[in-house]
Design a protein around this ligand. Sequence first.
Ligand SMILES: *[C@@H]1O[C@H](CO)[C@@H](O)[C@H](O)[C@H]1NC(C)=O
Ligand SMILES: *[C@@H]1O[C@H](CO)[C@@H](O)[C@H](O)[C@H]1NC(C)=O
Ligand SMILES: *[C@@H]1O[C@H](CO)[C@@H](O)[C@H](O)[C@H]1NC(C)=O
Ligand SMILES: *[C@@H]1O[C@H](CO)[C@@H](O)[C@H](O)[C@H]1NC(C)=O
Length: 270
Amino acid sequence: MRVYVALVGALLLLDVAFSLEEGCLAGRGQKSFPSPETTMKECLLYSNASCCFANFTEELVSPVTKVEHTKWDICQQLSDRCETYMKRVECFYQCSPQAFHWMNPDYTAGFLHVPLCVSFCDSWFDACKDDLTCAKSWLTDFKWENDSNHCQHDCVTFSKMYTNGTDLCQSMWGSSFLASSSEGHCLQIDDQDDMVLPHILCPSSRSRSTTSSQEKPCHQSSLSLDEISPDQENWDSVFVTSLYAIARELATWTHLQMALQIMLGASHQG
Ligand SMILES: *[C@@H]1O[C@H](CO)[C@@H](O)[C@H](O)[C@H]1NC(C)=O
Ligand SMILES: *[C@@H]1O[C@H](CO)[C@@H](O)[C@H](O)[C@H]1NC(C)=O
Ligand SMILES: *[C@@H]1O[C@H](CO)[C@@H](O)[C@H](O)[C@H]1NC(C)=O
Ligand SMILES: *[C@@H]1O[C@H](CO)[C@@H](O)[C@H](O)[C@H]1NC(C)=O
């Protein structure tokens, strides 16, 4: 009997651990939980645990013209080099299971202040410097009409629109990203991110005074249900977040049932 109680406990613990680790942003086309995708055309970095469906990545096959409702070729087709960086950022947003850790409390389909390495921002800027754009923030500076974005200003080069890589990272997608020069505590949007992530979420206190009782708490998902005030226009998000909570309860319940069945099976045998 003790074994089965332990098993129930283990399953519940597993579920708690699972709930701390996994999740996806509450975007319209995204999953509730990451899962493998075997037929992705792009964003293969996330194929083992993807928040986007494989069919989404068809939009990201070169030459990219439109992603969801946003035309990327609004001034002219992006250069291959620039497109590669834009894709990496888009894949992170749509498909990465890591993005969930920075879910924006005011807009659960997006994230807030994901720390990108300054070196990544500078490479992105360098790759796009001669490409054209007419909006500094691609979230707020376009005119939206007929289900797509339109220019409100002249097309200029990225190097004229943005001062440098830091400015590009911190402006193009609003406050989604921060440019971080904290080596080993920032993302490059590549296969090293999985290794770096624990250091960002739970920075080691080794280099600091180990006796400190005021250690910096680990970064946690900035979302908490009671922070979403219902008078905001994002009822959509509240709804999705509630569904998400229910799904989580169901997952727990499934584990419980599994455990109960094992216990019952054992008592029948005995
Ligand atoms: C997916 O998982 C397999 C097996 O663990 C591993 O060999 C592979 O490198 C992973 N792929 C990615 C893109 O992380
Ligand atoms: C992509 O696939 C998912 C799941 O298979 C489906 O729910 C969704 O409607 C598909 N989206 C498009 C645009 O085909
Ligand atoms: C939107 O579509 C309407 C009707 O087809 C057209 O008259 C209008 O110019 C379009 N707006 C833009 C910004 O293209
Ligand atoms: C980047 O540009 C910003 C202004 O947008 C400026 O404050 C910052 O010092 C610049 N960074 C570098 C490294 O030149």
